[in-house]
Design a binder for this molecule. Sequence first.
Ligand SMILES: Nc1ncnc2c1ncn2[C@@H]1O[C@H](COP(=O)(O)OP(=O)(O)OP(=O)(O)O)[C@@H](O)[C@H]1O
Length: 587
Amino acid sequence: MAKQAKARKRSTFSWVMEFAGTRRSSYVISVLLAIANVVCGFIPFLYLANIVRRLLEGTADFSYCLTQVLYMGLFWVLSRLFHTFSTTMSHKATFEVLAGIRRQLTRKLARMPLGDVLDESSGTYKNIIVERVDSMETTLAHMIPEVTSNLLIPFVIFGYMVSIDWRLALLSLLTVPVGFACFALMMRGMKEDYTNTIVKTKALNDTAVEYINGIEVIKAFGKAKTSYDKFVTAAKEGSDCFVQWMRRCNVYQNTAMAVLPATLLPLLPFGVSYFMNGSVTAPDLVMLIILAMGLITPFIMASNYMDDLSKCGTIIGEVTTILTKPELKRPERLAQSPVGTTICLNDVHFAYKEEEVLHGVNLTIEEGTVNALVGPSGSGKSTIAKLIASFWDVDSGEITFGGTDIRDIPLDDYQHRIAYVSQDNYLFDLSVMENIRLGNPKATDAQVIEAAKACGCHDFIMQLENGYQTICGGAGGHLSGGERQRISIARAMLKNAPVIILDEATAYTDPENEALVQQSVAKLVKGRTLLVIAHRLSTIASADQIILINNGRVEASGTQQELLDSSDLYRSMWHAHIAAKEAEDVA
Ligand SMILES: Nc1ncnc2c1ncn2[C@@H]1O[C@H](COP(=O)(O)OP(=O)(O)OP(=O)(O)O)[C@@H](O)[C@H]1O
């Protein structure tokens, strides 16, 4: 915690510098080019001053003016070139920095306990990783060179004005403190306002995602109006917070915009008076008027980035909040290689938040055996399976794999040893071929097809519109539940992990599908260790070990016959299952 707090205290700038990493030098060069752009953009004013001076002295001639104008043009072209090189460099660097931030975030999500990731609504991380990180592009790519140059220009112009006449130079700044005060008032509360818009926009996104994801339930239960009202309210709150923010800023911003550029107001009367008493020459006065008109505009352009900067700070805050979240602590290297694949849980306690759900679980899953976790709903079966799959760390006790505590096994290494087939059977919006290949990205097409054949998927895949190239649709929506599960099993088979954890789906209980899924599972587990969370007891009757979980504890374990003989709870579950099956068969 202390480490987290310390990490969070780092300034936005230091995070940006860290994210910039090897691209820091590109930003430095971009800034130097921006400065060259400013210098080249300013030099034409010196040539202009020469022309004005000659005109007012009556000594100007065409060839002199033409030469000066040609020089002016040359420096403007140079200025543009420097600007182009500067922004190109900063854009290139920014795209790499943003890609780096995204890489860090996705790597971090993989290292965080799954529970922390799942506790957030599905849109949150996507919003941060995709949209909000993307929205920093303009600020980072433009702000660094453009703000540098726009802030530098007024200083250069002001320095030149001072060299002409320091009194009039200072007078031209008379309105600046008022403008600055308005900007300061506008910036007050800017972070809170922006954070508020993020919260409201997030609520709107979440409501939209919930509405779309739950559309079937909403329709089935006639909740369309309630859900739509919730969405409308979120949309209204979202727009209200933007309007309020704009209203608060409007007065200050408009006053600042009106007051700041009014540099001529104090300069003109005093300038004319100094000219009349001979303390400033006509060419100098004209030059000062021209320079004063260009004094503040670059500053105003730079100030346009101020709210972007504040937004950037908020986004970096969100990114760093994720990056400083606790991780599953795993070593980079394996110190002691596991021997075999036997899994032991020794006095395992676990709580999701405050409330403990596992209270001292002890069990052993022997290598090469078929094991089933059974028990009432909410007893802790999935939690045990997910702890074994290393989705979370135990609070106390230990889980060993081949004699090694799984916290001592690198995450990548461990993931190769375990294949977890969940009930969700999530399929990506890719082809069937690619979805199966996720199990082993190096597998050839022939190996993918072989795995599909082994799991009995090949025939139904060939009947799909484009065979293995059929796109599964978002979350596999183009396939039936049973088909999705069998593809997930083929994926696990291709992974070829020695231990398989299978959260048996309850949804696809029609006999035909059940038989097909069972056949797939039987092929999948040949020669491997299987831990299945079984909801239908008939499917695990021949398991080597059935582990009965009740209220977060192991109530009994043994073969089906041993449990029928020794456990009242298992016996009653078995009878209830048989009765339900008979009722199904009659129906
Ligand atoms: N992500 C979570 N956050 C908080 N509590 C959770 C979470 N997942 C599960 N629980 C709680 O932990 C307890 C055990 O849940 P678990 O899913 O392990 O039970 P289960 O035996 O697999 O249930 P089922 O058979 O219904 O799937 C339950 O009280 C459940 O409400």
